[in-house]
Design a protein around this ligand. Structure first.
Ligand code: HC0
Ligand code: SF4
Length: 567
């Protein structure tokens, strides 16, 4: 730490860190659009300008490093005028449809316009006509480049974190925008629908394909239909942030209560089918061990990963577990097992899945799975649904999930964090293979936030080599090693988003650089505090096998819980 002066106040700051971070750590507001804590700084939006003594003209604070003795001013008439001029310019190319924009009230640009009083009541330049075509081609995302503020965050996240390079800045000046190669509609590119571009977008230029309007409509006009929600492991933690709770807070009971308040007739838990996935996947792995492969076996629950394999690495299709994702298992069980149980035609059930992920919107439209899950709301859309329904989130009385598809173990909870699917599968595979209790339920070797991790797990003499990758660029690095035969893993967990599902493309937008460890902390706490922490111990899972599915990997389990892939 070194001493610097910010607006005449002496503070300690980390040498070599950015002035922007130093100011924020000192509680001094800095406007910004291109800066994002998860991405490399580029200093292009020219909003984070500061005056540094001895440096001449105004400096972008995101690109200026802290050095001992720096004297920084963040507010003076010159800085204010420069910021306002830059905002006015961006405002002049922005449409006037805030009142109907999907991110109204959650827009970093709108906040800055208010803060700096960029009023345009009499601005002749303000415009409403469309310049760029709306790209609705993707099942997961909407691109509205008229709303782009040129921050370039989408381009950087797609290239450096996801390793995909789907978007690039094209043109210059008033027509500059992030564009796909050959200006193809997003769905005709190799985009994997991970939605990382949408989570970093400060405005509404890239958003999830909204399903909220259909869900609101279904809840309003139920007729004789049963409206069901099912919630993913990661949502119960991240939803807290949307209602002012500390990141990492666990809101399971409040979330279920809020869903009931919105009018859902039943609230099921995707964690139940995460336990079911574990049992099916562990048994599939054991069968591969007995028959000699193919190895490595890859997990199959991340739909952006499935997109990546089908589009870029089709030769790996035989290596992917045939298990449907927990979302897809829930879809098929609700429309078969549950419909039969309550004596209702499957068409009379509307199932909405609540996910931290945009690619899950794509997954439900896969022809192998179509018709099971009707809608997918992201965590962001869920928060909006709660706000629309005047839900007073934290003061609701907590509620439990409904049975029979609502009971789960700690092993399901950790699906929401990178390494969790692997840890859960290993807990079950170990006990299924050895018939013995695991020496320690916490398999710390597979936890963490590093992009690629590996471990050797001793299953009673059998050395199982496992690896975990999170974040598309890391995934691609690991896959290249596997394809080059430089790695001989037996089992690999892949999550395309950093941190796993807690960092999904549908999660609340956050400018907290420690957001992933905070959310992951909440996820492991759920597991730690549960009595049942192994999927195969879940009595509701045992019951559904006895009543309906017979046994793991049975014929009916294959029909309803497994799938296939194609390039
Ligand atoms: Fe995930 Fe899932 S854990 S992909 O990371 O397997 O989205 O949260 O819902 O389906 O359960 C996301 C999260 C899920 C699924 C589960 C898996
Ligand atoms: Fe890139 Fe993912 Fe956005 Fe597609 S969804 S453009 S792969 S960041």
């Amino acid at each position: 730490m070194v001493p610097i002066t910010i607006n005449g106040r002496r503070v300690e700051a980390e040498e070599g860190s950015s002035l922007l971070e130093a100011c924020e750590n000192a509680g001094v507001f800095i406007p910004k659009l291109c800066y994002h804590p998860a991405l490399e700084s580029v200093g292009t939006c020219r909003l984070c300008l500061v005056d540094v003594k001895g440096m001449g003209k105004l400096q972008p604070s995101c690109m200026t490093k802290v050095a001992s003795g720096l004297e920084v001013v963040t507010e003076n008439p010159e800085i204010l005028e420069a910021i306002r001029a830059n905002l006015r310019l961006l405002r002049s190319r922005h449409p006037n449809d805030c009142m109907t924009c999907e991110v109204n009230g959650r827009c970093q640009f709108q906040d800055l316009l208010y803060r700096y009083q960029i009023e345009d009541k009499y601005d002749k330049m303000s415009r409403i006509e469309r310049k760029e075509e709306l790209d609705l081609s993707s099942p997961s995302l909407v691109r509205d480049m008229d709303k782009c503020v040129l921050c370039g965050r989408c381009v950087r996240v797609c290239a450096s974190i996801q390793g995909m390079n789907i978007l690039a800045m094209v043109n210059r000046g008033s027509v500059e925008i992030p564009e796909t190669v050959f200006e193809l509609p997003l769905n005709s590119t190799q985009c994997i629908n991970c939605g990382q571009c949408a989570t970093v977008c400060p405005v509404g230029a890239i958003i999830e394909k909204p399903h909220i309007h259909d869900v609101v409509d279904a809840l309003k006009h139920k007729d004789d239909r049963i409206i069901i929600a099912s919630t993913a492991p990661a949502v119960r933690v991240a939803i807290s942030e949307e209602f002012g709770l500390a990141p990492g807070s666990i809101s399971t009971g409040h979330m279920v209560a809020a869903l009931r308040k919105c009018g859902f007739d039943k609230v099921f838990d995707t964690n139940f089918t995460a336990d079911l996935t574990t049992v099916e996947e562990a048994n599939e792995f054991i069968a591969r061990v007995k028959t000699g492969g193919p190895f490595p076996m890859f997990t199959s629950c991340c739909p952006a990963w499935i997109n990546m394999v089908e589009k870029l690495y089709p030769e790996l299709i035989p290596n992917i577990s045939s298990c449907r994702s927990p979302q897809a298992m829930m879809g098929s069980l609700v429309k078969t097992f549950y419909a039969k149980k309550i004596g209702v035609a499957p068409e009379k059930i509307v199932l909405t899945s609540i996910m931290p992920c945009t690619a899950k919107k794509d997954e439900i439209q896969r022809e192998q799975l179509a018709g099971d899950t009707d809608y997918v709301l992201t965590t962001r859309e869920l928060a909006k649904l709660f706000r629309l329904n005047d839900v007073n989130f934290s003061s609701l009385e907590e509620s439990d999930f409904d049975s029979p598809l609502g009971l789960s173990t700690g092993a399901a909870a950790i699906f929401g964090a990178t390494g969790g699917v692997m840890e859960s599968a290993l807990r079950t595979a170990y006990e299924t293979i050895t018939g013995k209790d695991l020496p320690s339920v916490d398999l710390n070797a597979v936890r963490g936030l590093e992009g690629i991790r590996d471990a050797v797990v001793d299953v009673d003499g059998l050395k199982v080599k496992v690896a975990i990758a999170n974040g598309g660029a890391n995934v691609r690095k690991l896959i290249e090693k596997v394809l080059a035969k430089e790695a001989d893993y037996h089992f690999i967990e892949i999550m395309e988003c950093r941190g796993g599902c807690v960092g999904g493309g549908g999660e609340p937008k956050s400018m907290d650089k420690d957001i992933l460890p905070k959310r992951i902390g909440g996820i492991y706490k759920i597991d730690h505090d549960m009595k049942m922490r192994k999927a195969h111990q879940n009595p509701a899972i045992k019951e559904i096998y006895e009543e309906f599915l017979e046994k793991p990997n049975s014929h009916i389990a294959h029909d309803l819980l497994h799938t296939h892939y194609h390039s």
